[in-house]
Ligand binder design. Sequence first.
Ligand SMILES: *Cc1c(COP(=O)(O)O)cnc(C)c1O
Length: 368
Amino acid sequence: MTIPFLDFAPMHAAIRSEMQEAFQSVYDGYWYIMGKQLIDFEEAYAQFNKTRYSIGVSNGLDALSLSLLALEIGPGDEVIVPSNTYIASVLAVSFVGATPIFVEPDIKTYNIDPKGIEQAITERTRAIMPVHLYGQACEMEKIMAIALKHNLYVVEDNAQAHGANFQGKLTGSWGHINGTSFYPGKNLGALGDAGAITTDDDALAAKVRTLRNYGSKVKYHNEVMGYNMRLDEMQAAFLSVKLQHLNAWTAERQQIAMWYIETLNGVGDLILPYTHPNAGHVYHLFVVRTQQRDALQQHLKEKGIGSLIHYPIPPHLQEAYRSLGYNKRAFPIAEEIAETCLSLPLWVGMIEEQVLEVTQCIAKFYHG
Ligand SMILES: *Cc1c(COP(=O)(O)O)cnc(C)c1O
């Protein structure tokens, strides 16, 4: 039995007719940009996320970039980001001309360590960008308290954690303005690129609405130099369908993660995901760690089982960020995670037999 890393087939088979209806309604409506589908999705996503506003945008990177722009963060400013995040969080900081300041994660949760944040704050710091990595909420209560104490903004990167919560409060509703992605493989995914900003702040919401659409509120009247960072009607319609299933899909992901945890507990040198007692985890990814990562991945591959590494090179060691001047060992926790992490197959519709196939294959790797 071959098991891919990700298989959309069961999810998309189950919602085929709803998605086809959504397609037809946009197709036959003859209105493809900035229309009713977008308004409906924005309302539904704001309601889901328990924020006053949700503003649809082109993708997750643009959602984060526009959020920082709306806060008027730019050259000379510093933004704190985790040292083990996906490159997009860091690129958003660079997009506005600010400097990313890396803070190491907690080695158990893989999320930014609040203790490190406080040490990294300087007189140039303007914002903290917590990333709810792999689907687990960061320690938002501590992060918000630090931000308040030092008069900083918080911009959550919620691309991997739709529906997760810390102490019952949803990710994407803690920060002053937050970005998320609906890249197809995310927990809530479009059939192409898409993203959203969430906020409770009237002024910030109005600002990003203008900026995403050429700096214009009224057609052909341009108040500021804006961008084309809009979410189109077709993707909005697809997202509205999928959003109605998101809570059920999250429960499925959590069940699959529990099957993995139960059967992999104590196998070899595997380190299984740890969830902070006050955090919700929506298992965007199921990430294990081992000193024999490359050999284990090769073994799985030979047996037809897909796996991926999130992420093999931390941002500070990327070619693109060579100018920041960091060497190897600059952020040893991020580097340790990059060298040892492995994401196992997990998708909506994955059945227990498939999970057991993966875990048996892993057990064989260690115990023969
Ligand atoms: C996917 C992702 C993004 C970027 O989203 P895109 O829609 O691909 O631009 C940003 N941050 C994190 C943590 C992500 O996983």
